[in-house]
Structure formats: C-alpha cells, structure tokens
Ligand binder design. Structure first.
Ligand code: FES
Length: 61
C-alpha cells in the first residue's frame, strides 16, 4: 500500500527501513512529507503500529 504518493513510498518500504534506522532518519532520508505533507500521519501510524495490516477490514455487523 502506498503511504506517500508524491514520492512513491510504500508501507513495506517503511517497515523495512524501520529495522535499520530511527523514525527521524526514515523521515529525513525518504523526505516523507516534503511535498504535500499528507503522508506524515499515515507514516507515523505505520512506524509506531506495524501490525496495522493485520486489522480485519470487513465491516462489523
Ligand atoms: S503524499 Fe507524501 S509528500 Fe505528498
């Protein structure tokens, strides 16, 4: 899933980099949010909660 459409960065890219560097380094190296800025919150959510993909997307009845 794309997190930053402006720079073509996916959630997998973020999770892979998280193994090697700090959040601050990731933001700086990928220049997250440097264009429109709409990805900053999404990226932070993924970096702080890597289990986000395991949530059940089906609606509750
Ligand atoms: S979506 Fe990341 S800077 Fe625009």
């Amino acid at each position: 899933m794309y997190i930053c459409l402006c720079r073509g960065i996916t959630d997998k890219d973020l999770l892979e980099l998280k193994k090697k560097m700090s959040k601050k380094q990731i933001y700086k190296n990928l220049e997250l949010g440097s264009s429109c800025g709409s990805c900053i919150g999404k990226a932070l959510n993924i970096l702080e909660n890597p289990t986000h993909q395991k949530k059940d997307p089906s609606p509750k009845s």
